[in-house]
Design a protein around this ligand. Structure first.
Ligand code: ZN
Ligand code: ZN
Length: 304
């Protein structure tokens, strides 16, 4: 895949077969995808002027400048891999890696399946595989870095509602009737799942609590807040992960307080290696204390 670049000398061209669901015959508008974060925009004739999610200090524009691609281009060189993570949970990951390298998690419940977070690629094979598992009753997304092609996913499954916290409304670059913003501290989804607003990394960051996960001990689907560390006994709490901007002690305390009423033993992050397999709640609390001690200067070298 060769992403389009935004350059006056080399204007991006519209693809031969734009997203079918959107367009009238003869319409050359395309729902462009940002190649860095993977978010899909409202259809337009040429690429949008910028990606506000990547222009923000929590993400980045790569050294070659803003790059764009399309779903058709993505479909030509990529596919999605579905993997059973545990009973009732399937991960959906694009290969070769695209954008941030994020994955979506499909939580299977007796009241319908919920897609947690999203990937940019959606194709016939993926739709068939998800339909085989009962389709989608709802989509919920932790925060703007993982919005991906959420509207395409919703439309492929009968306009499934997309649950996003109200505090992140301004980051929605492809508004749609399926998007359901909600406010407050928590809200219920099908199958006994609960969305919990945690803020911090993004104003509207949310996590999904799955009480039946981890053999009934409970699982937390967390996106990247908190984010599992390389040493998988720990998590970290950052405003920006790529640009290494930490969150304050007060914000992290708010997260720990929001998670306290939830029973969970396992934490699923945004990629395969971001997994706290057991004792996740204790890890989050211990990590919050470590984070606070570091911010207060426990490891300071200067002594004057
Ligand atoms: Zn972007
Ligand atoms: Zn993020």
């Amino acid at each position: 895949m060769s992403p389009h670049r935004r350059s006056p000398a080399a204007p991006a061209t519209a693809p031969a077969s734009p997203a079918r669901s959107e367009l009238e015959p003869g319409d050359l508008a395309t729902a462009w995808l940002c190649a860095t974060c993977g978010v899909q925009f409202t259809p337009s004739a040429g690429p949008p002027p910028a990606c506000p999610i990547c222009d923000d200090e929590r993400q980045y524009v790569g050294p070659r400048g803003q790059e764009w691609t399309t779903l058709d281009e993505l479909r030509s060189g990529h596919r999605n891999e579905l993997t059973a993570e545990e009973p009732g949970l399937v991960s959906i990951r694009t290969t070769p890696t695209f954008a941030i390298g994020q994955r979506a998690l499909l939580v299977e419940t007796p009241d319908g399946n919920v897609l947690w977070d999203c990937v940019s690629l959606i194709d016939e094979a993926t739709i068939a595989a998800v339909r085989e598992r009962g389709g989608l009753a709802a989509i919920a997304i932790s925060h703007p870095h993982f919005y991906a092609s959420m509207v395409e996913w919703s439309r492929a499954f009968g306009g499934a509602p997309i649950w996003i916290h109200e505090a992140d409304r301004r980051w929605i670059v492809r508004p749609d009737a399926a998007v359901r913003t909600w406010s407050g501290a928590s809200t219920r989804l099908p199958g006994g799942l609960t969305l919990v607003h945690v803020g911090g990394h993004f104003e509207g960051s949310q996590v999904l609590h799955w009480p039946q996960g981890a053999g009934g001990r409970g699982a937390l689907l967390a996106g990247d807040y908190p984010s599992v560390c390389a040493d998988r006994r720990w998590v970290t709490f950052m405003r920006s992960y790529p640009n290494a901007i930490p969150l304050s002690e007060r914000e992290v305390e708010h997260l720990v307080t929001a998670l306290r009423p939830l029973a969970f033993d396992r934490l699923y992050g945004w990629s395969r290696d971001k997994l706290l397999a057991a004792e996740a709640k204790r890890s989050v609390e211990r990590s919050a204390l470590r984070h606070a001690r570091a911010l207060r200067g426990e490891h300071d070298v200067v002594t004057w």
